[in-house]
Design a protein around this ligand. Structure first.
Ligand SMILES: Nc1nc2c(c(=O)[nH]1)N[C@H]1C(S)=C(S)[C@@H](COP(=O)(O)OP(=O)(O)OC[C@H]3O[C@@H](n4cnc5c(=O)[nH]c(N)nc54)[C@H](O)[C@@H]3O)O[C@H]1N2
Ligand SMILES: Nc1nc2c(c(=O)[nH]1)N[C@H]1C(S)=C(S)[C@@H](COP(=O)(O)OP(=O)(O)OC[C@H]3O[C@@H](n4cnc5c(=O)[nH]c(N)nc54)[C@H](O)[C@@H]3O)O[C@H]1N2
Ligand code: SF4
Ligand SMILES: [Mo]
Length: 592
């Protein structure tokens, strides 16, 4: 029997029944601080019973109450019910299947664009798929470029494969990954597209192109329109560094690893698209890696029931708070997500719930900020307590996760099927056995449930491999981020080794909201065009002037207000991903 770490993490570690990481490639017998703490975490901060308006109740009562709430709003307008979900657990049953009930009743959904959508769409625009290198391919490369990808923190197993190889880090600050790389290139936030154009320009003009790109002449003309001098000025990367990077590409033929964070920055999709072309130009096939989640062929749409029913309305995550503020939703049902903290405008959700304008229903194993705020809380089992099928957005193992702890609460599929029954819904989507749905969904990836149940881990066969000669060559029309005014910085976020987004604070404690900058010290107010928050500023020589860094696991300010009150209303042009990184912020020191 095996267990998969189901969290939003590239590595998706696989463990044996004693919770020891398997010694198979690419897990290689080790895990991270979170993996080591999971058994302890499982006993802390748990929601153990249901709650209605702060009072303990049974799960049955809570289901009846939620049924009543849903019924009332369904009569009025089902689009005023918004379900919101993200990646607290990557299980096919936990995350995807529950969507069915909301499609059947015609509720609203978010666009789920917060994390990786922008880059998926941008790479697909070039290659027809976003599938990149597989872990086995990684080992064949003699070098790597970590582009906005602090892998030593965000993906310990990817990092491990390159520890002994030449590495370049491209970031807006000197990250741990940058420190451990052979060369760190520091770029201004939101300007990677200019750097990528510069690299392509040098490759072309110095005769270093060895691969084929369709519409190559168009690309040649396009880069001719930019001078290296201009590209250097906008990106903040010296001309000699741009040349050096192009030559490194030419000489080492490195794998390019593109971080999701880039898609959440200004010109993010354009940057990712252009970066993904570089490997093709130097003659590499699938010489990039971004996320392989959409390449296996796993039929997420089938799991969500989109072949039969769809949401009535899609709300961009960038405008999550704005829709709430405008009074466009009455009920929010959240699972597998902590939207109060992680979505733009979470402050507006807090306000609307406190003022009774929105009823919040939360299904979560832990007392997240969103669960604490909710009118109705229903306990969910953790991945250590339920069966599920788990995939990775990096490696190719599909995993049959079996529980090693007795279940607490009610599993996601069971909850939505109970709700469907109470609501009198007899739609075939909710009558289909969830395991049959899983079987249907995994077959396109070359795996059957029967085989998976026997073997526990089975390698998927990628269904959507890229063509290296795509039909389209979408060329960017980027916008310069512009100069900063006095006391202005661009806010960026990064992951912390001890947490996954908002998870693990029950083990490692609450991180103080600290902003790391080159110049400021003491208590500061950060003010953007969307609002302000109060945090502690710490001077950090690894952060250049004009940049401010916050860990994305400390997203609550000194007054209990979400940092996302001040980010993210601007949408990416490929998939609408909120611009969380690079928001212009004024810093005012207010204390020490
Ligand atoms: N330990 C740990 N691992 C995680 C997570 C976690 O919370 N903790 N979260 C997981 C999740 S949800 C995700 S999405 C991934 C994210 O994984 P990554 O995309 O690898 O990284 P982040 O940690 O978000 O860091 C983003 C980096 O981009 C830099 N950056 C910001 N703006 C720009 C820019 O405009 N240009 C460039 N070049 N760099 C920029 C930041 O300084 C930072 O170093 O990690 C996953 N892995
Ligand atoms: N300002 C800013 N905001 C950001 C980011 C940033 O860089 N800066 N990063 C963004 C990114 S990349 C991401 S991916 C999102 C992440 O946003 P979220 O997905 O909201 O982040 P998590 O903290 O992983 O929260 C997931 C919730 O799922 C719950 N959960 C865990 N396991 C289960 C389960 O089995 N069942 C159920 N029902 N619930 C479970 C956890 O307890 C937790 O409350 O945040 C985004 N928000
Ligand atoms: S968080 Fe990532 S590295 Fe850590 S145990 Fe889970 S999958 Fe492995
Ligand atoms: Mo993410």
């Amino acid at each position: 029997m095996v267990i998969a770490c189901t969290r939003d993490c590239y590595d998706t570690c696989i463990f044996n029944e004693n919770y020891k990481p398997l010694n198979i490639f690419p897990i290689n017998g080790f895990t991270c601080a979170r993996g080591r703490a999971d058994l302890i975490r499982n006993e802390k901060n748990r929601v153990t019973t249901a709650y209605i308006d702060g009072k303990e109740t049974t799960i049955d009562e809570a289901i009846k109450y939620v049924t009543k709430l849903l019924k009332e709003t369904m009569k009025k307008n089902p689009a005023r019910i918004l379900r919101t979900d993200y990646d607290g657990n990557q299980g096919l049953l936990t995350w995807y299947y529950p969507d069915r009930i909301f499609n059947v009743i015609g509720a609203s959904q978010t666009d789920r664009s917060i994390c990786s959508s922008e880059g998926h769409a941008a790479i697909r625009a070039h290659y027809g798929t976003s599938m990149g290198a597989l872990p086995e391919d990684f080992t064949k490369y003699r070098a790597a470029v970590f582009w906005a990808f602090p892998a030593s923190t965000s993906s310990p197993h990817i990092w491990a494969l390159f520890v002994k190889k030449p590495k370049v880090s491209i970031d807006v600050r000197v990250s741990d990954t940058a420190r451990k790389s052979d060369r760190a290139i520091i770029v201004r936030p939101g300007t990677d597209v200019y750097l990528a154009i510069g690299v392509i320009k040098v490759l072309i003009e110095e005769g270093l192109v060895e691969g084929k790109v369709r519409h190559f002449e168009e690309l040649v003309n396009y880069v001719r329109g930019f001078s290296l001098d201009y590209l250097s000025k906008v990106s903040g990367v010296g001309i000699s560094d741009i040349r050096w990077l192009a030559e490194f590409y030419h000489e080492y033929k490195p794998l390019t690893l593109i971080g999701f964070a880039l898609g959440r920055s200004q010109n993010g999709g354009d940057a990712i698209g252009m970066i993904s072309l570089i490997p093709a130009l130097i003659g590499l096939e699938r010489g990039y890696y971004y996320s392989n989640s959409l390449g296996w062929g796993l039929d997420f749409d089938y799991l969500r029931g989109l072949h039969m029913a769809r949401s009535s309305r899609v709300i961009p995550m960038a405008e999550f708070g704005d829709y709430i503020e405008r009074g466009e939703v009455d009920i929010i049902y959240a699972w597998n997500e902590n939207p109060v903290v992680t979505l733009p405008g979470g402050d507006k959700l807090i306000k609307a719930v406190r003022e009774g304008r929105v009823t919040l229903i939360v299904h979560d194993p832990y007392w997240s900020e969103t669960a604490k705020l909710a009118n109705v809380v229903i306990p969910a089992p953790t991945f250590l307590e339920k069966y599920d099928v788990v995939y990775s957005y990096w490696h190719d193992y599909l995993i049959y996760n079996e529980p090693i702890k007795p279940p607490r609460g009610i599993a996601e599929v069971d909850l939505v099927r109970r709700l469907a029954k109470e609501l009198g819904i007899t739609h075939p989507l909710l009558l289909e056995d969830p395991w049959d749905a899983v079987d249907r969904a995994i077959r396109p990836a070359g795996v059957t449930l029967e085989e998976l149940r026997v073997r526990k881990i089975v390698k998927m066969k990628p269904k959507y491999l890229p063509t290296n000669e795509p039909d389209a060559l979408p060329l960017p029309n980027p916008t310069e981020p512009g100069e900063l005014g006095p006391n202005e910085v661009r806010l960026v976020f990064t992951s912390h080794p001890l947490y996954t987004n908002t998870q693990f604070r029950e083990v490692y404690g609450n991180l103080e909201p600290v902003v790391y900058t080159h110049d400021y010290e003491g208590i500061v107010v950060l003010e953007s065009e969307f609002g302000s928050v109060r945090v502690r500023a710490v001077r950090d020589g690894n952060v250049p002037p004009g940049v401010a860094l916050i860990y994305k696991s400390s997203l609550i300010d000194l007054d209990g207000k979400p940092i996302n009150s001040i980010t993210g209303r601007i949408k990416g042009k490929y998939a609408g991903t909120p611009m969380l990184n690079g928001v212009r912020v004024r810093v005012k020191v207010v204390g020490n």
